[in-house]
Design a protein. Structure first.
Length: 97
């Protein structure tokens, strides 16, 4: 664990079906998810608008104002194309026929 006030290292991840982006950034202690996303320049490199995407840390949804800790992985989530529950219902109904 870093000393209080020491810089921290965080990864920012974004994935699409055909490509993925993973950037490591060094931030000041007390930085937020929004700070990590901005420092990663992932919006420019991936050509996305991160403000419309949900975010999380290690697969747990969090607000952009959440503080990050050393070693965290900040993730940007694309919207789902289909509701997973509805897709499962359709498959179950089709299998029942």
């Amino acid at each position: 664990m870093p000393e209080p006030g020491a810089p921290i290292t965080v990864e920012v991840a974004y994935a699409e079906p055909s490509r993925q982006f993973l950037r490591r950034v060094v931030l000041a202690d007390g930085a937020t998810v929004a700070d990590a996303i901005a420092a990663s320049a992932i919006e420019r490199e991936a050509g996305i608008d991160a403000s419309v995407l949900d975010s999380g840390i290690w697969s747990r949804p969090v607000a952009r104002g959440t503080r990050v800790r050393d070693g965290d992985r900040v993730e940007l989530y694309r919207p789902l194309r289909a509701d997973p529950k509805e897709a499962r219902r359709r498959r179950a109904a089709q299998a029942a026929r």
